[in-house]
Design a protein around this ligand. Structure first.
Ligand code: HEC
Length: 117
């Protein structure tokens, strides 16, 4: 096969793969393999965070994308991707992000869920 044809074929195959990416936000907690605490955290997330940070989309809405946030070393702001910094952002807000008032249990559930993104 010549080079151009193989490039075109690769591009086509990639389009198919991307186009068929399942919308994880429509999956149930069980389908996502969430344990009870993570599932609780998902509900907290959907109440307080989704409007600005869609959970599984690679593009943020009003805030930066959080997909895979703990898989990287740093948060978008440059802070280390560690629970203490994330908790601080959630409880106190950051520039355009408002503070969210959560109880200690809700916060821990939410953090557990964020680790699954
Ligand atoms: C009204 C919109 C809005 C809501 C609601 C919101 N955020 Fe944000 N978030 C933002 C914006 C805007 C930023 C970027 C802040 C900045 O300028 O650094 C951000 C940044 C972040 C960051 C990255 C912080 C860093 O240091 O880089 C995390 C983590 C985060 N948000 C998590 C959450 C979680 C979890 C919730 C739900 C409790 C939430 N956000 C709710 C808008 C929002």
């Amino acid at each position: 096969m010549n080079r151009i044809a193989s490039i075109l074929l690769t591009a086509f195959a990639l389009t198919l793969v991307i186009g068929c990416e399942p919308d994880l936000s429509k999956k149930t907690d069980a389908e996502l393999g969430l344990n009870p605490q993570q599932a609780q955290g998902r509900h907290v997330y959907q109440s307080y965070c989704t409007q600005c940070h869609p959970a599984y989309s690679s593009s943020g809405n009003k805030g930066p994308r959080l997909k895979g946030m703990y898989k990287k070393e740093y948060l978008p702001s440059g802070l280390r991707a560690e629970d203490r910094f994330v908790e601080d952002v959630i409880l106190h807000g950051k520039r355009m992000m408002p503070a969210t008032h959560l109880g200690p249990d809700q916060l821990q559930d939410l953090i557990a869920y964020l680790h699954t993104l």
